[in-house]
Design a protein around this ligand. Structure first.
Ligand SMILES: *[C@@H]1O[C@H](CO)[C@@H](O)[C@H](O)[C@H]1NC(C)=O
Ligand SMILES: *[C@@H]1O[C@H](CO)[C@@H](O)[C@H](O)[C@H]1NC(C)=O
Ligand SMILES: *[C@@H]1O[C@H](CO)[C@@H](O)[C@H](O)[C@H]1NC(C)=O
Ligand SMILES: *[C@@H]1O[C@H](CO)[C@@H](O)[C@H](O)[C@H]1NC(C)=O
Length: 418
């Protein structure tokens, strides 16, 4: 990790400081910079530029994030869509208190800042912030990507000056990816004209059209419920449709973790494979392309196969009729699962199979998926477990399944932000 410090910094936390220049891709090929801007202050409110932590909500966080992207875009002279804010983390320091750092979503961040919020990660972050006591300082780390399509057309970027332009204490370069041709597809410009009607399908006002939206470590949006074949995470009756041990626990966005320390055992907020055929299917509402599938097992790991279903894999209102069969061969097919307990089995799709390098044409839509994308557009994932040995009291317990990839022509791209 290279660390570039702005002149105006008073707090010193990290000790690695180096000024390195970064080689651009050969022949001026595009380069994708992975950067972290570090903001420091006495409180989160001071960083967000609001009067008090209690007024920080998601809107404040979103506006701040948009401002960061705009400033970076203006300073580096790249189009706004070539700047993507990926994640936030809060770090707090105080004399005698060990530094803590954790990754947070924008919503977590808002929750962490508002007092009196109920359960969940938000309030525990809040507690951490309060516990740090007198003399404490907070640092907010925003990780973002910037794509440079024309490195040959300008002098090397000055990230020290960028920190100044962003109002950040420092900007760190985490890495540079110069694999030409591939990353450009990741940042395709927005289509020239909006696709009318698509957003209206879900009764929402038209949103800015988006060709695709990345997601990282995201739970699937849907699974079978108590009374119907698919329940989505944002259905109003989600909690009534969920039952202990059922597939919807793998869709439940704000459930609490099964254990606070690495332990194996039963957990009601997980999918428990209690009866044959030991299969769970997770569904996506928008077509997605997957890079990784991470399966967390907290008892008797026994994943036998992971298979992909084409999109749409289930009846989705407004979408074409479901497609039958599997999408290609299994992405995982083993007689024995050697994942330790508790442990996470991560299945990584080969780049070609994932389809992530395919360009997403502006002319396409969910209803007219370009042929090249149809081959990799996933609508569901089927996870099959081995049956437990006869008489075994140990049932496999899957706490969560998280996906990294991108949604194609999402009807509401905001579902994937953070
Ligand atoms: C960017 O760098 C951060 C910090 O090293 C890392 O956690 C993250 O995975 C990187 N993101 C990408 C897209 O490579
Ligand atoms: C998630 O948490 C919020 C706030 O605590 C609550 O209002 C909502 O009903 C929860 N949703 C689910 C699906 O649990
Ligand atoms: C979609 O709905 C129809 C009619 O309700 C039903 O017959 C069919 O089985 C459903 N398809 C899937 C894939 O669930
Ligand atoms: C899974 O692997 C087994 C053993 O190698 C093989 O016989 C079987 O055909 C594979 N399943 C699928 C669906 O490809």
């Amino acid at each position: 990790m290279q660390f570039i410090r702005a002149p105006a910094v008073s707090l010193v936390v990290l000790t690695v400081a180096a000024c390195l220049s970064f080689a651009h891709g050969q022949d001026g090929s595009p380069a994708l910079f992975n950067l972290t801007a570090r903001y420091e202050g006495s409180s989160l409110a001071s960083i967000f530029g609001v009067s008090d932590d209690s007024v920080i909500n998601q809107a404040v966080v979103t506006a701040w994030q948009a401002q960061l992207a705009q400033r970076a875009s203006a300073f580096l002279a790249v189009p706004l869509y070539q700047v993507v804010v990926r994640s936030f983390a809060i770090e707090q320091q105080a004399v005698g208190v060990r530094r803590r750092s954790r990754k947070l979503s924008g919503l977590d961040l808002a929750l962490a800042a508002v007092s009196g919020s109920s359960s969940g990660s938000g309030s525990s972050s809040r507690r951490h912030l309060l516990q740090s006591g007198e003399g404490a300082a907070v640092a907010l780390l925003a990780t973002f990507d910037v794509l440079d399509t024309r490195p040959d057309a300008h002098a090397a970027w000055d990230f020290t000056a960028l920190a100044g332009a962003l109002g950040a204490a420092s900007v760190t370069v985490n890495g540079v990816d110069s694999s030409a041709g591939v990353i450009v597809g990741f940042f395709a410009p927005p289509p020239p004209s909006p696709r009318p009607g698509a957003a209206a399908l879900r009764g929402q006002p038209p949103l800015a059209p988006t060709l695709f939206a990345y997601f990282d470590s995201m739970l699937a949006p849907g699974a079978q419920g108590r009374s119907r074949e698919v329940v989505w995470y944002d259905d109003s009756d989600f909690l009534e449709e969920r039952q202990d041990g059922t597939p919807l626990n793998l869709v439940w966005r704000n459930k609490t973790a099964c254990f606070t320390r690495p332990t194996c055992g039963a957990c009601s907020r997980a999918w428990g494979a209690t009866a044959a055929p030991y299969v769970v299917t997770l569904y996506f509402r928008d077509p997605v392309q997957l890079a990784t599938i991470a399966i967390r097992q907290v008892n008797a790991p026994a994943v036998k196969s992971v298979q992909l279903l084409p999109w749409p894999a289930v009846n989705i209102s407004g979408a074409p009729a479901p497609r039958a069969g599997f999408l290609g061969t299994p992405v995982f097919n083993e007689t024995k699962d050697i994942t330790p307990c508790p442990g996470t089995l991560t299945v990584t799709l080969p780049r070609k199979r994932s389809g992530l390098a395919e360009p997403v044409p502006a002319g396409g839509s969910q209803y007219g998926l370009p042929k090249a994308l149809r081959r990799s557009a996933v609508g569901g994932v089927v996870i099959t477990l081995s049956a437990p040995p006869a008489g075994a009291s140990q049932r496999t317990v899957v706490e969560w399944v998280r996906f990294t990839g991108r949604a194609l022509y999402p009807l509401d791209a905001s579902e994937y932000t953070m």
